[in-house]
Design a protein around this ligand. Structure first.
Ligand code: SF4
Length: 241
């Protein structure tokens, strides 16, 4: 199923309903920019609690970013072992810090505030281990740039609603959804937050609570009785409630 011609209207309508449900927030950062940058590497394929423990242990052992960069690899792997795949993440973190400090002279990315969105995105995604999701989270949350992080929840809910095609990747979803929405950091922040929360609380991975959902009357997944095969979601074993 391809996105329909009225996808923009439907996207804005769903956004307005979730704004009403969850309330509009001012843009806020979850952590300082360097914390966000390194934290998102740690967060891949692990729980938030494990990410937090790994980050705290790493910073307790290595209070400066230069110390993290120069730590023996095996020791850094041990420090972040609560995050899954520490043997993959530790070299990414050290390579990132090596490139960042080598290019700018400091472990600090505050200069991104003065770059255009395009330049800031390009600079960040050229760092080792930094993909579109991490870059958009840092640029939107910390620098209020008009970009849209598409995490697994935003991806799944927008696919189920039929706002993007069922096989569209998260990377392509970023471009498609951004083209439907105002280029305004507050709008994009709230779109991200609300779809993220909706995916966590209502439109959950295996058993979406469709009977409690304010988007039910505009949802392709519900209309089709859950018979949609999506690239973001494994096939479910039960029908929608
Ligand atoms: Fe998700 Fe169901 Fe709501 Fe559709 S109706 S968005 S599938 S919870």
């Amino acid at each position: 199923m391809e996105p329909t011609a009225d996808s923009r209207t439907r996207t804005l309508s769903a956004h307005a309903r979730l704004n009403d449900l969850y309330g509009e927030q001012a843009v806020y950062g979850r952590a300082d920019p360097m914390h966000e940058l390194v934290g998102t590497i740690l967060s891949h394929r692990t729980t938030h609690a494990n990410e937090v423990t790994a980050y705290r242990t790493m910073r307790e052992r290595y209070p400066t970013w230069e110390a993290v960069r120069d730590a023996p690899l095996a020791d850094l792997i041990d420090a972040i072992k609560t995050a899954n795949y520490p043997e993959v993440k530790a070299p990414y973190i050290q390579n990132l810090l090596t490139q960042l400090i080598g290019e700018t002279g400091a472990a600090n990315i505050d200069f991104l505030a003065d770059l255009s969105t395009e330049d800031a995105m390009s600079w960040l995604t050229n760092l080792p281990g930094i993909g579109l999701k991490t870059a958009t989270l840092v640029l939107l949350f910390n620098f209020k740039k008009p970009v849209l992080p598409v995490d697994t929840h935003v991806h799944r809910v927008t696919q189920r609603l039929g706002l993007i095609g069922p096989k569209v990747s998260a990377e392509k979803a970023h471009t498609i959804l951004l083209s439907y929405l105002p280029q305004d950091a507050t709008v994009l922040f709230n779109f991200h937050k609300h779809f993220y929360w909706h995916g966590q609380r209502v439109c959950t991975w295996y058993y979406p609570k469709c009977n409690e959902c304010v988007l039910r009357d505009q949802c392709d997944f519900y209309r089709l009785g859950g018979k949609m095969v999506l690239s973001s979601t494994p096939v479910r074993s039960k029908s929608v409630k």
